[in-house]
Write a protein that binds this ligand. Structure first.
Ligand code: OAD
Length: 260
């Protein structure tokens, strides 16, 4: 079932968002789908289908063939560079300006929330905007890495790697702690475009719900979060979130800072 602007489900979702004083948002690859970036599971088809994800996104894969892993991430970075934030990213950035206690946590590494104006997204799985040295831990902007080196090196001699979380790697503890705290205090949790299968990020909406929050899910597909939702809009984020925005504009928002 897809929602239309007159849809009562949309009106209810907009009312919840307008009333929320503490909102926790979790996004996944689906929020960037309408920016032309394949979701994580779609990206596994086509060009890279012949590789096992572990070969491309794990420490063991990097040790086995670091040049291959750099080719994969340079391919993904090129896709991200060519992409722009879509209306869903902008709607989430607009929500941040309206809600007193707002936290955005994303599983995406594409940096599109920041480019849409989200001020401090918690990048649970890291970001392709940065690389880091395996040896000394120094982080650098991706743009500072020479494109012609198959496996770039740090000034200390260590190998540089994309600053993203690979399979079997832990998330940054401080980032995860901030997300958990925000989920626990939220009165509304909005989960957009995530299949809800990768832990620990996938548990955050459940943490919010157990702590008393309503769970609003936006996803046209069969996310495992859907059946757990208090309201599930089976709609594309790029269409659904902006449709919520006009209803929000009339609501008595509590702008945390002057809109603009
Ligand atoms: P998935 O590819 O697992 O799920 C994408 C979700 O987006 C699915 O539920 C789709 O139905 C939904 N979707 C597709 N198009 C959409 C649209 N236009 N609007 C809204 N939703 C849409 O991606 P994630 O859940 O983000 O981890 O995957 C989580 C993690 O799995 C990734 O961050 C990655 C991978 O292992 C790491 O890289 C550590």
């Amino acid at each position: 079932m897809t929602s239309s602007p007159q849809d009562p489900l949309l009106a209810r979702a907009a009312a919840w968002l307008a009333e929320a004083q503490s909102l926790f948002v979790l996004t996944g690859a689906g929020v960037s789908r309408e920016s032309g970036i394949p979701t994580f599971r779609e990206a596994r088809k086509g060009l890279w289908a012949r590789f096992d994800p572990e070969q491309l996104a794990s420490r063991a894969g990097f040790d086995a063939d670091p040049a291959l892993v750099w080719r994969w991430y340079r391919w993904r970075k090129a896709r991200v560079r060519a992409a722009s934030p879509n209306p869903a990213h902008h709607a989430i950035a607009a929500l941040e300006r309206r809600v007193a206690d707002f936290t955005l946590a994303t599983q995406n590494v594409d940096g599109l929330h920041r480019r849409a104006g989200s001020r401090a997204p918690l990048e649970l799985h890291g970001s392709l905007d940065r690389v880091r040295c395996e040896r000394c831990g120094q982080r650098l902007p991706w743009e500072e890495v020479p494109e012609d080196l198959a496996v770039p090196r740090c000034a200390c001699g260590g190998r540089l790697r994309p600053d993203v979380v690979w399979f079997h790697e832990p998330l940054d503890t401080e980032t995860l702690a901030q997300a958990l705290a925000a989920a626990t205090r939220a009165e509304l949790c909005l989960a957009v475009g995530t299949s809800g299968v990768v832990q620990p990020a996938a548990s955050l909406p459940l943490v919010a719900k157990r702590a008393g929050a309503r769970l609003l899910v936006i996803d046209p597909g069969d996310t495992v979060l859907g059946p757990l939702a208090d309201l599930w809009l089976r709609e594309r984020a790029g269409r659904c979130l902006p449709a919520l925005a006009p209803r929000l504009s009339g609501a008595p928002g509590r702008p945390r800072r002057a809109l603009g």
